[in-house]
Design a protein around this ligand. Structure first.
Ligand code: ADP
Ligand code: MG
Length: 321
């Protein structure tokens, strides 16, 4: 299902269910079972944004494969998105009194409750805490995958609340790499196709993509496995491929949610070395890393700072380096 919204905050907002979208002579037309929708005039292509509802990394990736959304690749080019390099005052992420509450019947779950947290550009922050303490919820808010109930999140100086869901998808694509415990590779695609997806979403010309994909896969030691599908790889290799996919667009911030959670100790160590190398590479710019883990040992070895969450709030903060 797609949402369609004309650019510039037009008053109307509709959901397409069974419509055809035709781009012809630089105009977008909407047809409903062969008929033009009478309420809609053709809209200049430069003013149209299309996105899947329910933004999530899975949708960002799905969108690249979905034929109904192919015009997106054309229309996104004209989106009114400011460059992410806006003034950040030295902070990669700044959360101000951020809450995310869920209402479950009569019960209010305060998954994240008035958290304020600043993560410096180039810092490696570990988020520690028991299961259910709000780590993933906070990470998703910082990634722009979810919106807070109250409070504000700034990423590289931009207030995520001011961004439309289309802007957020573009922001995630350009600025943030995300790695999950369960890898989230698309099983029918080869590794190189999986890693190429963010480049397709970012509309990099087709001819330029292979070099970037190769470089990302080489960086994680998978240059020889480009034609393999995820199911043909070990868990560690799949996570390395997921890291390559997260890095291929050169994001300034890498968010990782229990990246070693599904791996044995030795493989987990390898993945942590890889992440440490991304944080401080021998050459080239480093990256801000925010990693959720429940393994204190890992956090102490690699992170600059540990923030511990309990019941949706910060209960402890330790500066290590
Ligand atoms: P952690 O990652 O630290 O294990 P989470 O951030 O996943 O914790 O969850 C924090 C709390 O919020 C938990 O009590 C969880 O059940 C609740 N929670 C998370 N997501 C939802 C949701 N979509 N709906 C309702 N409750 C949720
Ligand atoms: Mg979690």
């Amino acid at each position: 299902m797609c949402n369609l919204r004309p650019g510039g905050g037009s008053p109307y907002f509709m959901t397409i269910h069974f419509f055809m979208i035709i781009i012809k002579q630089n105009r977008v037309r909407f047809c409903h079972f062969g008929k033009s929708w009478p309420a809609l005039q053709p809209i200049p292509r430069s003013r149209v944004n299309l996105t899947l509802s329910n933004p999530s990394p899975a949708n960002d990736l799905f969108r690249a494969r979905n034929s109904c959304v192919k015009p997106l690749h054309v229309t996104l080019r004209s989106m009114n998105v400011r460059d992410a390099a806006a003034s950040a005052n030295g902070f990669a992420i700044r959360a101000e009194q951020v809450s995310r509450h869920y209402k479950m019947g009569e019960v209010l779950i305060r998954a994240v409750n008035e958290i304020s947290l600043e993560v410096a550009a180039g810092e490696f922050l570990a988020l520690l805490g028991a299961s259910g303490s709000g780590k993933s919820t906070l990470l998703n808010l910082m990634a722009g995958l979810d919106r807070p109930t109250s409070g504000a999140i700034h990423a590289l100086g931009r207030d995520l609340a001011t961004m439309s869901s289309e802007d957020l998808a573009t922001h995630r694509n350009r600025t943030i790499g995300i790695v999950f415990q369960s890898f989230q590779l698309l099983p029918r695609m080869t590794l190189e196709e999986n890693v190429e997806l963010p480049l397709r979403l970012g509309e990099m010309p087709r001819s330029e993509r292979p070099a970037h994909v190769r470089e990302a896969l080489e960086r994680v030691g998978l240059a020889a496995r480009t034609r393999h599908r995820p199911t043909e790889l070990s868990g560690g290799e799949q996570q390395r491929a997921a890291i390559a996919r997260a890095l291929v667009n050169q994001p300034k911030i890498l968010l990782a949610d229990e990246p070693t959670g599904n791996l044995d100790t030795k493989t987990g160590e390898e993945i942590m070395s890889l992440i440490a190398g991304i944080h401080r590479p021998p050459s080239g710019p480093g990256r801000t890393i925010i990693m959720v883990t429940h393994e204190r040992g890992l956090a102490e070895r690699y992170a600059d700072r540990i923030v511990t969450l309990s019941d949706g709030a910060i209960s402890r903060e330790e500066r290590l380096r």
